[in-house]
Design a protein around this ligand. Structure first.
Ligand SMILES: Cc1cc2nc3c(=O)[nH]c(=O)nc-3n(C[C@H](O)[C@H](O)[C@H](O)COP(=O)(O)O)c2cc1C
Ligand code: SF4
Ligand code: SF4
Length: 343
């Protein structure tokens, strides 16, 4: 009896083991075939960071089912040039692997939950740090996947300061370590201090950005780590300079001035990523009172840069050239900033 019972039990066990083994193998095969689901969260005032988000999303897409299989380790070969053409034609509203989400828009949701395999934050450098809205967003997001790989991509004029250190510090509070941080030098939009580069230089810089994005996509696909988060200067600028910069942030818009050239076209109201601008259509009001700034400004400068008649100035300075990424249409950024996840 005992033996029979034992035999029967063992037989059953071995059946169960087989089933378990097979389903485990199936799981492993499925895992190896599984394509990573990526979420790109971006914040962008004048289009640089949005441009990187848009182009990176295309290059993270799996195009293996197309006939163009380039060698990703060498971005110069002919195969990859063909592959680039395929990427450029991809419709970003219809990508399988990657969602692009506006941080400003997502913050309107009560719960911000993410289950992706990879999360990529893309944003401009402000005052050697990250935009305040990005800090607030990372504090709010609920990251569900314990195996997630998180990346930080900053676009800047020249000096990124401590952005990756800062993002890692925020992630650490959630028990997550930043996988890698990358910084892309792009046309500087800080027109309160500098003139942006000439149109020709901008074009040249953006061609270089394209090469950087392709390289980045390979590094991210291959889950490469780096130590950008460990910079000592990063620690100094994030812990000392950044709080100082943040203190004056919400008062920044008190110095905006509107000139009599304003024709109430509404572009500034629409482009403002944080709905900080409201237009009062009342001709009896003074020019300055027709446009209201609501003191939740992020200093992105996109209202100044996109006003078609240069009617917005900051303080007394209105002399610098304007900048908006020429490879992004103003309406495209407005739409992307207000798009919800399901449309
Ligand atoms: C308020 C403000 C502060 C900035 N601070 C820095 C900085 O500290 N270091 C830097 O290299 N660039 C700085 N920049 C330049 C932007 O980071 C850079 O042009 C960025 O690519 C703009 O991205 P966007 O077009 O997505 O808004 C600053 C720009 C603004 C508007
Ligand atoms: S974009 Fe310029 S012209 Fe248009 S409403 Fe704003 S300030 Fe006025
Ligand atoms: S008010 Fe102007 S500078 Fe401030 S967040 Fe809006 S668009 Fe950017």
């Amino acid at each position: 009896m005992t033996n029979t019972a034992d035999n029967g039990e063992n037989k059953n066990m071995s059946n169960i083991n087989n089933v378990k083994d097979i389903s485990k193998i199936k799981e492993q095969i499925q895992d190896s075939l599984k394509e990573d689901i990526n979420t790109i969260y971006y914040f962008s005032g004048t289009g640089n960071s949005y441009y990187v988000a848009r182009e990176l999303a295309k290059r993270l897409e799996n195009t293996e089912n197309t006939e163009n299989k380039g060698n990703e380790d060498n971005e110069d070969n002919e195969d990859n040039k063909t592959k680039e053409i395929v990427y450029n034609k991809l419709d970003i509203s219809n990508l399988k692997n990657t969602r692009i989400i506006s941080i400003a828009n997502e913050l309107k949701n009560r719960n911000i939950i993410n289950n992706s395999d990879k999360i990529i934050f893309i944003y401009p450098v402000y005052g050697f740090g990250i935009p305040e809205i990005v800090e607030r967003f990372i504090n709010r997001i609920n990251i569900k996947n314990p195996q997630v790989n998180v990346y930080s991509i900053a676009t800047c004029g020249k000096m990124p300061g401590g952005v990756h250190y800062h993002i890692n510090k925020l992630l650490n509070k959630k028990g997550i370590e930043l996988k890698a941080g990358y910084t892309l030098k792009m046309p500087n939009n800080y027109i309160l201090a500098f003139n942006p580069p000439s149109a020709q230089d901008v074009n040249h810089m953006l061609d270089n950005t394209d090469v950087d994005i392709l390289k980045l996509s390979v590094l991210i696909r291959n889950n490469r780590e780096n130590t950008a988060k460990d910079s000592l200067f990063g620690k100094l600028s994030s812990d000392v300079l950044y709080p100082f910069w943040k203190k004056g942030l919400y008062k920044f818009d008190e110095k905006f001035k509107i000139s009599k050239d304003c024709n109430l076209c509404g572009i500034c109201e629409k482009i403002c990523p944080v709905n900080n601008i409201e237009i009062i259509d009342n001709e009896n009001l003074e020019y300055n009172d027709r446009i209201i700034f609501k003191h939740k400004c992020q200093e992105c400068l996109s209202c100044i840069q996109t006003c078609p008649v240069r009617a917005i100035s900051y303080g007394n300075s209105n002399k610098k050239r304007r900048y908006f990424n020429p490879r992004v249409k103003i309406n495209e950024l407005i739409e992307a900033n207000t798009k919800t996840k399901n449309n």
